[in-house]
Design a protein around this ligand. Sequence first.
Ligand SMILES: Cc1ncc(C[n+]2csc(CCOP(=O)(O)OP(=O)(O)O)c2C)c(N)n1
Length: 266
Amino acid sequence: MNTIDLAEKIREDCIIATNKARASHIGSMFSIADILAVLYGETLRQNKKGTDVFYDKFILSKGHAGLAVYSALAEIGVLNKEELLSTYYQDGSKFSGHVSKTGNAGIELSTGSLGQGVCAGVGMALARKLDKSDSKVFVLVGNGECNEGSVWEAVMLASAKKLDNFTIIIDDNHLQCMGDSKKIIDMSNMAERFSAFGFETIEIDGHNHKQIKLALNKKHSLPLAIIAKTIKGKGVKMMENNNDYHAKYVKDEELDSVLAELRGRA
Ligand SMILES: Cc1ncc(C[n+]2csc(CCOP(=O)(O)OP(=O)(O)O)c2C)c(N)n1
């Protein structure tokens, strides 16, 4: 499957599973569907043997969008799609709302408390350097998540250790659960901030697969920050830049038309 089709499948699974579960965060998932499609469809190298699926590591630090990662893994055959769509977010399911590593091959870390994934990712990248491994570590954070102090502590360490195997991707959709990020803490100069902390930076359109691919494959001698300009809810007009869909799902009566809109887009 090419990455465009994979992104569409991720969005489709997210609509269906959140509708069935009456669960939220669909806007946050749609914002990163294209980035995940390129990561899982092309970038991350897999191990040839053993139970550890990936040679390169990916952590979703904004764990509330975890369904999009489960779906990417299901669509590439690592997780069970039928089980995902029928049990997501239900009592006893291993597919919890915030991404969970327990029982799920290919997930490197359970997250949900914002600001934690970056810290773990920097530690993993440092360990790989000490082991003289060429495995890479990618961490995806939300722009609102960058309000967390722990993000910047980890970023300082990555910079001090010159971790050229570490990439942070910022899903810069200018919204967070409580509203417009500019009105909460204005971090619209994200590239300048990461650059001041000793990172190489690159700004891309986070829905353009060619740009995503180039950025993820970019050689860098310092840790890299990819500032991905994205649209929360990207792919369905009524959801785009509509922060209500941080906490809403598509209703039964809207399901067919939303899926049709999505399928006609690619
Ligand atoms: C430590 C912590 N504080 C608060 C929350 C509640 N919370 C869930 S999502 C969210 C907003 C995240 O915004 P952003 O990172 O921009 O992600 P997106 O807008 O793409 O959902 C918050 C504050 C949390 N999960 N963890």
